[in-house]
Design a protein around this ligand. Sequence first.
Ligand code: PEP
Length: 252
Amino acid sequence: MNTKLIAGNWKMNGGLEANQRLLQEMLAGLAVSPPAAQVALCAPAPYLAQLQTLLSGSPMAWGAQDISAHEQGAYTGEVSGAMLRDFACRYAIVGHSERRQYHQETDEVVAAKAQRALNCGITPIVCVGETLAEREAGETVAVVKRQLAAVIHVVAHCTSEMVVAYEPVWAIGTGRTATPEQAQEVHAVLRAQLQAATGHGKHNRILYGGSMNAANAADLLAQPDIDGGLIGGASLKAADFLKIIASCPAAA
Ligand code: PEP
């Protein structure tokens, strides 16, 4: 079993004072109960310096919610991998469904972003997931395999260095979670695809994301191919996030 990874995604939430309070509460909780899991928070870019200051030397790593597909230059508003590396980001989320939906990110753009992260020594958390219409049409497996294949095609021998997050779009921010069985079924498909690509897919961490919370985390995290969670709303509440972390069994 892989060591679990619990990664928070604050999305476009937060503020300097609120972040400080939230991080202090989380750090206090982790000091009392050291995590069996690895823990990370992905914050809006302007707060990465704050996370670097407050989390250096702590059990929590930090990361970005996106990364530019370009190295540098005339791309107003974008943040490059080298800039994220300046703030010691360990992770960058790529291909979150909100970016695919609102910023028209294609599978090819997501793959280029994953490659850019890897080039900068940052672990991409590659999100894949089907919409409700795709699930109801029986297309879940085809959709997630297509999304992951596009990234594997580009990152090739670096595939084993990335984290994958299965995030059914219909479960994100809706309070409707995939059942542990539904999630495990898709995770097993993704695991087999990674295994076929690298020969050692069991080492890739595959996270589940989509309304994971303090009440449902333990059952999801008990599934054999669920190596952790990508947590949106519940990562904005210290008590909930700490309970999810505490739901992680220690690695065997
Ligand atoms: C997410 O934003 O990646 C996510 C899973 O959100 P939530 O936990 O709020 O559904």
